[in-house]
Design a protein around this ligand. Structure first.
Ligand SMILES: Cc1ncc(COP(=O)(O)O)c(C=O)c1O
Length: 404
């Protein structure tokens, strides 16, 4: 059982008012809020040991290097990667996916096939389209049904000896669907394809075990799980990371440089050119500590209660339609009310202190499937409450009355 009232005290932002009303933050799928424990780590870094890492002999540099590498080990343990060097720090999910897509440029040939799902964020579509343009590979799509679930029989039919890569998100940001990634990974491996799972939306709710999943690449952003923006990670199996060429050239990623020939550093540094987001990496580790101190089983159970309660209350509003009714779902509710534009609802809710996301949620193919311009999306985290949902429902009813 979570002591939510106590947990809320960890998040200073939840005490503030917006437009004169107590903030109700239901835009967690876009970015989560930051607890004091993580803010303290960031302040401590800049107050006490801000220095560049890996190349200094002085104390500050060594302290910063130790903290940064300790955080990598925390991340490794959290995801149960076999080695710390299988964790590559990146600027976030988008950066991680581009790194892999760029690396496959030299491994794919014309006519090779890549499979993505209909439920992807643009970050897990566009880099693969660009890869196809570079290599002549063909992009195929696992279709979805009206509930927002992937049609697995169609996925099976897409797989063949030409399939080289499969990309799927663990959880859809627009609809909250939890995808059957275990099945997708197993089936893709049967034809020898590698699988990248976009974990941007799963990491705040689920603790993935990359070895048990046997996934080839798993990516996420720290800001979705109570960490800072501008930092994330790429997990890759050691063999795959060794096969992929470096993404960017520069300092840190080299072994030897001369004008005749440069050799590259070993993992993970081969993929970490330039001065990284040092403080961000350290704070990412602190965010993982914080989430684990709450406990992922507790988080999943409580957020499921919020999802059920929110869904039940929203369904009572006349003319409201929920998009994404998958059996396996996380705490994201996308909806529209009649023909009211989602932006109008979002703007009025903001006046009442309630933050929701409106628009296509960087998932235009999903909106095209439902033939809508966008939705209003309320996404809950473990620090939200049923009382906040009640206030949101009252405010939404008011907004609907004003706009009808
Ligand atoms: C499923 C999914 N993939 C990728 C991203 C991109 O994450 P970032 O903007 O942190 O790179 C997001 C962000 O909302 C997402 O929800």
């Amino acid at each position: 059982m979570l002591d939510v009232q106590n947990i809320r005290k960890d998040f200073p932002i939840l005490q503030r008012k917006v437009n004169g009303k107590p903030l109700i933050y239901f835009d967690n799928a876009a970015t989560s809020q930051t607890p004091q424990q993580v803010i303290d780590v960031i302040v401590d870094y800049y107050t006490n040991y801000n220095a560049n890492i890996h190349r200094g002999v002085h104390s500050l540099s060594q302290e910063a290097t130790d903290a940064y590498e300790q955080a990598r080990i925390k991340i490794q343990k959290h995801f149960n990667a076999k080695h710390p060097h299988e964790i590559i720090y990146t600027a976030g999910t988008t950066h991680s996916i581009n790194l892999v897509a760029n690396g496959f440029s030299s491994l794919l040939q014309k006519g090779d096939e890549i499979i993505v799902s209909a439920l992807e964020h643009h970050s897990n579509i566009v880099p693969w389209q660009m890869l196809c343009e570079r290599t002549g590979a063909i992009l195929k799509v696992i279709p979805m049904n009206e509930n927002g679930e992937l049609i697995l029989s169609d996925f099976d039919a897409l797989l063949n000896d030409h399939t080289k890569l499969v990309f799927v998100n663990h959880i859809s940001n627009a609809l909250g669907t939890i995808n059957p990634i275990e099945y997708i990974i197993d089936e893709a491996h049967k034809v020898g394809a590698a699988v990248l799972v976009d974990g941007a939306q799963s990491c705040p709710h689920i603790k993935p075990d990359v070895q048990a999943l046997d996934v080839d690449f798993y990516v996420c952003s720290a800001h979705k799980l109570c960490g800072p923006t501008g930092v994330g990670m790429l997990y890759g199996k050691e063999d795959w990371l060794n096969k992929l060429p470096p993404y960017q050239g520069g300092g840190e990623m080299i072994a030897e440089v001369s004008f005749e020939k440069t050799t590259y550093a070993a993992l993970p540094h081969k993929f970490e050119a330039g001065t990284p987001n040092i403080c961000g990496g350290i704070a990412f580790g602190a965010a993982i500590d914080y989430m684990n101190s709450i406990g992922f089983d507790n988080i999943a159970q409580y957020e499921h209660e919020l999802l059920e309660y929110g869904t039940e209350q929203l369904q009572k509003i006349e003319g409201l339609k929920i998009y994404g009714t998958a059996k396996e779902k996380t705490s994201v509710i996308s909806f529209n009310v009649g023909t009211i534009h989602p932006y109008d609802i979002g703007t009025i809710l903001d006046k009442m202190g309630i933050a929701v996301r409106t628009g296509h949620h960087c998932a235009q193919p999903i909106m095209d499937f439902y033939k809508i311009p966008g939705t209003v999306r309320a996404s809950f985290m473990f620090y939200n409450t049923k009382e906040e949902i009640d206030t949101f429902i009252t405010a939404l009813k008011k907004a609907v009355m004003m706009l009808s």
